[in-house]
Design a protein around this ligand. Structure first.
Ligand SMILES: [Zn+2]
Length: 384
């Protein structure tokens, strides 16, 4: 296991951050490359404990020469976010000085290529019928585009360092969690059904698809480039997009040694099933439900402040109109007496709820996974 500490100069005088990158496996660039990170939203920490266990498993496999891929792991990919506290509370979702969500506004690689002449170069050099040749040319063009990118802030530098490792990976897994939730996955629909094994091994209660959820989230960057290139160069052989996904490992409080060790075991089984780790064959997992469009998931929000008294639990099946929670009203003439029902707007099941029950207007109360895309769910699909 090779450990690299990447120093990132802070934006304030006298400060700096250290981004740790661990590389495991044969040092052979011809082998598949697998990139895994946790803690991009720095307050979402089940993934860090999962990678703690996964690192030990990969290291052990490496020592017995059973890795047939090279692994790049960022177990804590956002040291800037890890250092953000306000009045004893960790603030890991947004960059505090700017309000930028750490998992929004990632590089649009296609636009970068378009701006720096990369697309014109590809038009002149891509072959009509040799996808492997074209992959090398495309990766070099992206590498050049990243070289030409001039970071300004510490956050820019942090993102660039991570992107340099992710852009040429065959698999990119970004480990997150929700508030209080069942395991689920966000992924672009073009990667399915080939990635069903990932959903199965993650034990995903839902695999939610969107080609562009509107926020430039990390997992969409890498396949997004290849999807756009295949459309732009439709008469050239363009390889299928890399497998990239956001893996939501339950909720904030689900940092649990035993549970997260099992999550790591399951990721190892996924990797063994794909042939990236040798050793004993693994039994098939319980199949996960088939993917559903993310636009069919209702994000139920509070329309006034109050205290949530839930009527439902995770996994419960609900119908449109069912009461998910009562909101205990906290101001006005009926404060502390009136209960205001919060209802489901679609048929489905409860994927996520919230730990902290005090809400204000616009706060998420629940996610209800439905099957039919909802008319109002277009454009920006994510939470803020
Ligand atoms: Zn997250």
């Amino acid at each position: 296991m090779k450990r690299t500490e990447i120093k990132i100069a802070g934006d304030s005088p006298g400060t700096s951050y250290y981004l740790t990158c661990l590389k495991i496996g044969p040092d052979d660039r011809a082998l598949p490359k697998i990139f895994i990170q946790a803690g991009l939203h720095a307050g979402e920490q089940p993934g860090m404990l999962i990678l703690h266990h996964l690192l030990a498993m990969l290291n052990s496999a490496d020592q017995s020469d059973s890795l047939t891929a090279r692994f790049v792991i960022f177990p804590m990919v956002n040291p800037i976010g890890m250092g953000q506290f306000c009045l004893h509370h960790h603030q890991g979702r947004y960059n505090l000085p700017t309000g930028i969500n750490f998992n929004r506004g990632w590089f649009d690689l296609f636009s970068m290529l378009s701006r720096n002449g990369g697309l014109a170069h590809l038009a002149a050099t891509l072959l009509p019928d040799d996808a492997a040749h074209n992959t090398n040319i495309i990766r070099q063009a992206v590498s050049n585009a990243l070289d030409n990118y001039k970071p300004i802030t510490a956050l820019d530098v942090q993102r660039l360092q991570v992107a340099r490792e992710a852009f040429d990976s065959d698999i990119v897994l970004d480990l997150h969690c929700d508030d209080a939730a069942l395991n689920h996955i966000f992924i672009v629909p073009q990667l399915l059904p080939a990635a069903q094994d990932l959903s199965d091994w993650v034990g995903a209660a839902a695999t939610l698809t969107a080609e562009d959820s509107g926020g430039g989230s990390f997992d969409e960057v890498w396949p997004g480039l290849w999807i756009k290139l295949a459309r732009h160069f439709s008469d050239h052989a363009i390889a299928p997009p890399p497998l990239a996904a956001t893996l939501e490992y339950r909720g904030y409080c689900d940092v649990d040694d035993q549970m997260n060790r099992q999550d790591a075991e399951n990721l190892m089984s996924f990797l063994k099933g794909r042939g990236y780790v040798g050793g004993e064959t693994v039994a098939m997992p319980v199949p996960a439900p088939l993917p559903l469009p993310f636009a069919a998931t209702e994000v139920v929000i509070a329309d006034q402040p109050g205290l949530l008294a839930y009527h439902v639990g995770l996994g419960d099946v609900v119908a449109a109109g069912d009461v998910l929670a009562d909101l205990i009203i906290l101001d006005g003439p009926n404060a502390f007496v009136e209960r205001h029902p919060v209802r489901a707007g679609t048929d489905g099941f409860i994927l996520s709820l919230r730990c902290i029950k005090y809400v204000r207007p616009g706060d998420t109360v629940a996610k209800v996974v439905g099957k039919t895309p909802l008319a109002h769910r277009t454009g920006y699909l994510l939470e803020m």
